[in-house]
Ligand binder design. Structure first.
Ligand code: PLP
Length: 397
């Protein structure tokens, strides 16, 4: 047997990935993957962009680029983030291979083996995996419909998570919980964190995807509040608003943090893909993002409505969920004694899959929850898929 390092010996394969490989039966309806549907990608716009580029820029796209990012993209992204009132003049940007790499780099910068990290519970599995890969000791703090539960956070920070170095939050259309933090919860959080020695990662890949214009105000990042009560590393991504295959995200943080982050990235991949950075830059620069995202909002809002209506029609009263105001996910909570894995087995046999809750529990235990992604399932399959899951659930209740 080979002697793996401590960093990787704790690693477990993501159940989402395992499932995706099982769910290749063409007739299966999947609510498992947290990604856009292939038909939604802006293929035509990208064709136009590429064909309109000078040969010299095309060639540049094939080349290595500077580690912080392709300079024109940094410039156009800065304007994009400025339009959200993010403090781009006092902070620097690092372009990363998706926001997951940004989270991974932050983990690398701050975590020594055994250091404490606080995440939400449930939490995006990529986040917990990144922290675990640096041997962090993770405490998951539960959420309610308005965000992280303050009493639980305070209790954790005074006890098992005392001295935590990082607090990782995904406040806008949470993966998997589907919620968005209320303004009041964000204020309470920042007031509590003020002056504490902790780094806040504000992970925001879904904030653009609100369904109703009146909810846009809820998506205002905490990073916009100046002065920052604690150092905030703001991460974002093109994955959910352009395409995950671009592998482009960003980190907005103080120059001190970005300097070190660049050094960390240098040894990982030297630079993110120049090719996709060229395309993303032009997508922003030519004003194609706004109309494209507006279209996506309508499509996802419709898909969510179909899913929610189907859930209301078919689910037994024991199933509870918060109706999302944006993003990709509906998170179903079942009575404590129900094991989502059993529901999944039954549902898979009947032809529909989803992700079981324990995937998102940092301790990998709590499993009376299901994540249904409505983002990539064709509209005409959603109701049938939900019905299958509801029947599977009723058969196991
Ligand atoms: C909350 C959250 N953060 C970060 C990511 C990472 O996305 P990417 O690395 O593709 O930008 C995801 C992807 O699912 C996510 O849901």
């Amino acid at each position: 047997m080979v002697d793996f390092s401590k960093c990787v010996s704790e690693m477990r394969t993501s159940e989402i990935r395992d499932l995706m490989s099982v769910a290749i039966r063409p007739d299966i309806i999947t609510f498992a993957g947290g990604m856009p549907n292939n038909d939604l990608f802006p293929v035509k716009e990208i064709d136009e962009i590429y064909n309109g580029l000078d040969d010299s820029v095309k060639k540049e796209g094939f080349q290595y680029g500077p580690t912080p990012g392709y300079p024109p993209l940094i410039e156009s992204l800065r304007e994009y983030l400025r339009s959200k009132n993010l403090p781009v003049d006092t902070n620097d940007i690092l372009i990363t291979a998706g926001s997951l790499q940004a989270i991974n780099i932050i983990a690398k910068l701050f975590i020594n083996p055994g250091d404490k990290v606080i995440t939400e519970n449930p939490c995006f599995i990529g986040g917990t995996s990144a922290f675990k890969s640096y041997q962090a000791d993770i405490t998951g703090v539960p959420l309610d419909a308005d965000g992280i539960i303050m009493e639980e956070l305070k209790r954790a920070m005074e006890n098992e998570a005392k001295g935590a170095k990082i607090l990782y939050l995904s406040p806008y259309f949470h993966n998997p919980a589907g919620i968005i933090y209320s303004r009041q919860r964000k204020e309470q959080l920042l007031a509590y964190l003020k002056g504490k020695e902790i780094i806040l990662i504000e992970d925001d890949p879904y904030g653009e995807l609100y369904f109703n214009p009146e909810d846009e105000a809820l998506t205002v990042p905490m990073k916009t509040i100046q002065p920052e009560p604690v150092p905030i590393c703001y991460t974002g991504s093109f994955s959910k608003i352009l395409g995950p295959g671009m592998r482009l995200g960003w980190l907005l943080a103080s120059p001190e943090i970005i300097n070190k982050a660049q050094l960390a990235k240098q040894s990982m991949d030297a630079c993110s893909s120049t090719f996709t950075q060229v395309l993303a830059d032009q997508f922003l620069r030519q004003g194609k993002m706004k109309p494209y995202v507006e279209r996506l909002r309508k499509i996802y809002a419709r898909r969510m409505k179909i899913m929610n209506d189907s859930l209301l029609k078919n689910m037994p009263p024991e199933a509870k969920w918060v109706v999302p105001k944006g993003g990709f996910y509906i998170w179903i909570t079942l009575p404590e004694n129900i094991d989502a894995k059993e529901i999944l087995k039954e549902s898979m046999a009947r032809g529909a899959i989803f992700v079981i809750g324990k995937t998102f529990d940092p301790l990998g235990k709590k499993n009376n929850t299901l994540r249904l992604a409505f983002s990539h399932t064709p509209e005409n399959e959603i109701e049938r898929g939900v019905k299958i899951i509801a029947e599977a659930l009723k058969a196991r209740l």
